[in-house]
Design a protein around this ligand. Structure first.
Ligand code: NAD
Length: 353
């Protein structure tokens, strides 16, 4: 089997490649990256040594994609992955649309012409910010939890939001590029018979992630805490009670592996660490205080666009469909990042954070 991994030098892409090479005998991997993500170049040499056929190219350019060798599957792990992209003064809205949406279109056309399958790494940020913002929350043990005394909207439970949860705008420009990509991929599946799997990923976290304050929060927080940088609890009263769950990219890779082996079925599912791997920013700080010594964040109640107080993904559908569960628990993920912190004291500079 020959597989193209776009965004191969990124966090997800580089882990996917390592895992697939271990689990699939004889697999050949072509990896495409434009190295737009600061820090991504650090993965190039190691991937080359693993035998990946690396192509320095840009998904926005149809001619770059058309020139790629024929493959059986495409795993799209390339994107501007920040929820603030298009509004952060670093990437324009048009650039975001070109990277994340035009890039998907070029890959889908490539898949159609080759009759290759397509696996999209989508995001939890396709879910409605307004509906998430209205969840009935109460602080318990320094984290927001769903308040059992008040009614909850449909399609959410303590286990998280399901795939049926509202995707009504606003969902951020980033979320909109992913939702539109999902829709197009499903049309290519229905109209042209392209096998398509869509994985709505929760927060990914692991050692070597290019963390910034806007994206890669677990990695950023640990590196910044240890370096005694100033950290801030933004919004929601400035307490750091906002909650996300974390998934290690190796667990994502196990699921993607199963999808490659089951091309006929196709589908869309949440893929996340879930409730057992969830944590608030305040709890993350407490973990860092224990590990690195104290560095108290500043309370800053000012709102940041698109921030949500609580977002845990319910991955029951993936669990039932594939007998898949995340195997790397959150403290193991944090410990792995902490080791990376000790070995790479200059990491945030390399990431442009
Ligand atoms: N990291 C997360 O928490 C998270 C959560 C949900 C979904 N996702 C999705 O998973 C995928 C991978 O995310 P990641 O965390 O590995 O991001 P990353 O930034 O670490 O990796 C993305 C890679 O894509 C490359 N790239 C960007 N634009 C490109 C283009 N036009 N052409 C070629 N290469 C390009 C970058 O250089 C980078 O190496 C993305 O689609 C992202 O939206 C990530």
């Amino acid at each position: 089997m020959k597989v193209l991994v776009s965004g191969v030098c990124g966090l997800a892409g580089s882990h996917l490649v390592r895992c697939l090479l271990e689990s699939h005998e004889g697999i050949e991997i072509v990896g495409l990256d434009n190295l737009a993500r600061q820090g991504s170049e650090t993965n190039r040499l190691a991937l080359k040594r693993l035998g990946v056929q690396l192509v320095h190219g840009d998904l926005r350019m149809a001619s770059d994609v058309e020139a790629l060798p024929a493959v059986d599957w495409v795993i799209d792990a390339a994107a501007q992955p920040s929820v603030l992209a298009g509004r952060d003064g670093k990437t324009s809205a048009r650039q975001l649309l070109e990277h994340n949406l035009l890039g998907t279109i070029n890959l889908l056309e490539y898949c159609r012409s080759l009759r290759a399958g397509f696996i999209l790494l989508s995001t939890s940020r396709v879910y409605s910010i307004a509906v998430l913002g209205q969840l009935p929350l109460a602080p318990v043990s320094s984290m927001f939890t769903l308040d059992p005394a008040r009614p909850w909207p449909a399609d959410v439970s303590a286990a998280g939001v399901t795939e049926a949860f509202s995707t009504a705008a606003p969902i951020s420009l980033y979320g909109a590029t992913k939702l539109a990509s999902e829709c197009l991929a499903q049309e290519y599946a229905a109209g042209f018979g392209v096998p398509v799997w869509i994985n709505r990923c929760g927060v990914l976290a692991g050692a070597g992630q290019f963390g910034t304050a806007e994206q890669g929060i677990f990695s950023y927080w640990l590196h910044a805490h240890a370096a005694r940088r100033t950290l801030k609890y933004l919004g929601f009263g400035g307490h750091g009670y906002q909650v996300r769950d974390a998934l290690h990219p190796r667990d994502l890779a196990r699921l993607v592996d199963m999808q490659l082996r089951n091309p006929g079925r196709g589908g869309l599912q949440n893929v996340s660490g879930g409730q057992q791997n969830s944590m608030s920013l305040a709890q993350l700080t407490a973990w860092c205080d224990d590990r690195f010594g104290p560095n108290a964040p500043l309370a800053d109640g000012s709102d940041r666009p698109y921030d949500v107080p609580w977002l845990i993904l319910d991955a029951t559908l993936a669990a039932n469909s594939f007998d898949w569960r995340p195997s790397i628990e959150i403290h193991a993920i944090l410990e792995e990042i902490a080791v990376h912190v000790a070995e790479h004291p200059d990491w945030l500079e390399r990431c442009g954070a």
